[in-house]
Design a protein around this ligand. Structure first.
Ligand code: 13P
Length: 334
């Protein structure tokens, strides 16, 4: 298959009615943070056994079309020797890989960060592809404060996202473009809307400059929400209205699907917000999920590091996936 056909086939496998993406690509420090509250040490064996249990969840492929893995997971095997990317594929789930190398302080922009990982990216992608990865993910973060994100941070981060996406497409890997405006802070929902609009505007400008084919990528943005410590919470209807307004102003209709991150929302909030957005249909793009915490949190609570809890862990993941599948149609009810 030529590169364009590979990209098209992967997009079609990822963007399906009633389905979304499971993010389980936590870096080593992040997975240690997730395991700590349930008293599990982050060893390679614990990470392997937890993640292979999730991927083996019976019926997961009914609601999950793709899974984002961490580099280590790509090379790991289930107890019966099946490579974990192959285990996902057996469920009808497309394996993908997080390829950024995390973030650093951005020089001359106090409080802002820049994501790294472009050096050697093409070579790494070739080997990930041989291991079964068909799509990739790169995350940029933006902090909201009185002075951030700066113009410099917005432009520099857009540029690296676009360079990453263009390199992926050249190699037949579908890029998920993830600009995340963080939930931390006491800012209002209006301020989140203003920053998200500026960020997405710049990201799509850079994607255009780097000749990224919009039909062959997915966008993974934050929802427009008030800061975590803001005095007032927003209802799902308000989040939906504000988020859709920003997306309609900035995301071209050629993009096939927008798969939100959950970014610290509770599983219930993430599902209710997605549902409210899909109640505002029709939109030019599919509106779906690419949740990490909002899909895994109940599963982690059920597991607690005990292999004997596999069935309840998988049931917890399956339930969240099913509810988010319903939210894809706007038919979720609490
Ligand atoms: P959350 O849904 O937990 O924000 O994770 C999604 C993700 O992949 C962040 O990069």
């Amino acid at each position: 298959m030529n590169i364009q056909n590979q990209l098209q086939a992967t997009v079609e496998a990822l963007v399906q009615q009633g389905k979304g993406i499971l993010a389980m690509d936590e870096s080593s420090p992040t997975i240690a943070k997730r395991f700590k509250p349930i008293g599990v040490e982050s060893t390679e064996e614990n990470r392997r056994s937890y993640r292979s249990m999730l991927l083996a969840t019976p019926g997961l492929g009914e609601f999950v079309s793709g899974v984002i893995l961490f580099e280590e997971t790509l090379g790991q095997k289930a107890d019966d020797g099946t490579p974990l990317p192959a285990l996902a594929a057996q469920q009808g789930i497309v394996p993908g890989i997080k390829v950024d190398k995390g973030k650093l302080a951005l020089a001359n922009a106090p409080g802002d960060e820049i994501t790294e990982g472009l050096d050697g990216l093409a070579l790494r992608l070739e080997s990930y592809k041989q291991q079964g990865a068909r799509f990739a993910k790169w995350r940029d973060v933006y902090h909201i404060s009185a002075t951030t994100p700066s113009r410099l941070a917005i432009e520099a981060n857009a540029e690296v996202l676009a360079r990453y996406a263009s390199i992926c497409q050249t190699l037949g890997i579908v890029p998920i473009v993830e600009p995340e405006v963080l939930i931390d802070g006491d800012h209002s929902i209006d301020r989140c809307a203003e920053v998200t609009e500026a960020v997405l505007h710049e990201v799509f400008h850079a994607l255009h400059c780097y000749h990224v084919i919009l039909e062959h990528m997915l966008l993974k943005p934050n929802m427009v929400i008030p800061g975590k410590t803001h005095a007032q919470k927003a209802s799902p209807e308000e989040v939906a209205e504000q988020t859709i307004r920003v997306l309609r102003r900035t995301v071209p209709a050629a993009v096939p699907s927008i798969n939100f991150l959950s970014g610290g929302l509770t599983p219930e909030e993430a599902t209710a917000n997605l549902n409210a957005m899909n109640c505002l249909a029709p939109q030019p793009w599919d509106l779906s999920f690419s949740y990490g915490r909002a899909l895994q949190q109940p599963a982690l609570q059920a597991w607690k590091g005990n292999a004997g809890n596999a069935a309840s862990t998988q049931a917890a993941l399956y339930l969240r996936a099913k509810l988010n599948g319903a939210a894809r149609h706007g038919s979720y009810s609490v």
